[in-house]
Design a binder for this molecule. Sequence first.
Ligand SMILES: [Zn+2]
Length: 155
Amino acid sequence: MIAVMRKAPGVGLAAPQIGVPLKIIVLEDTKEYISYARKEEIEAQDRRPFDLLVILNPKLRNLSDKKAIFFEGCLSVEGFRAAVERYLEVEVSGLGQDGQPIKLEARGWQARILQHECDHLDGILYVDKMVKRTFRTVENLELPLPVGCPPLGVS
Ligand SMILES: [Zn+2]
């Protein structure tokens, strides 16, 4: 899973995405990946690098009711993006790669990745949760949001 995620490249992968019927997620964000994003975007999304995380049977708990809406994509829905509302601060617990219990708090973009990957384990794709009428190709990412659409950012 780690090799597939890195080869894609992506910042996260869930086992069902590659046909493995287990509750395993891997995620990682690097200085290099972040360097490809725009500075304003990185700040707004609260995106910071973090080391590789492997979590078995992850369980999420939101740490506050704060939410944010940003565009996200998925390796299983290649070439598209949509705006999705996610919790800003979550706690994830589960087992690590070595089988030992782990628990950590995540915020910003890392919290978003965790929610996205855990959704995969329940058969949910971001398109099931997207803000309606925001689905678009990567080429059209910068087009204006539809009228009546909630603004991007932290609500
Ligand atoms: Zn995905």
